[in-house]
Design a protein around this ligand. Sequence first.
Ligand SMILES: [Zn+2]
Length: 236
Amino acid sequence: MLWIHGIAQWLHFFFTSRYLSARHTRKGCQVPQSTYEGQHVHCIYCWSPSEFCICGWADRIVNQLPVHIFMHHKEASRRSNSAHLLMMSLKNVRLDMHGVKHQPTQWPSDSTPRPLCVLFPSEDATELTPNDRGNFDRLIVLDGNWRQAKKAANRIAKACQPIFKTLPLKAPSEFRLRQQSDVGRLSSFEATARALSILENITYEERMMPLFRAHVRVTMEARSRRGWHRQNSQST
Ligand SMILES: [Zn+2]
């Protein structure tokens, strides 16, 4: 039933967010063609400017290992955030916000039959390998900046006995939408795709990454257009 809860969470998130005003018709992804003076109407599903809707790139995979995302609430309004793409890519996924004032987070309990796998480089973290397959109850992804993720990791460590894992160093991140101080850092989407490729099926990364790459591409394009509009309005 995890997926039902995930969908409910996500619907609540969408309908309380500022993207509610965006008009969208799902059929054939016929989103409205935007815009005026560099302002974009955004698709409420993929968050892309409507003329660049990438919903058609999503390949919803029925993942056996549930994915549970803990997103810091400040990420919810950042259009470059990649966790929302996980909601489009996977069927067995749940999202919980944390850090919201006066709204307690439902951190995981230790009542699960198998331990939780938390992707976070804590001191006792070890590298994920195919030998870890079948060992975990679910995969926990911490979405936010380093400080926010560390806070969430500490809360989860207090709430249950998770196993912290890191990913093997592979290709660098393709996430060009934010500057990273550490070249080894990955976006939540990339980290999840790589973890599921190790823990479940090697094809995950190959199937999930086209949506992510499209997201990066259209967001960069939208940013360059905004810059063009800004320059033009300043010169007139
Ligand atoms: Zn879309």
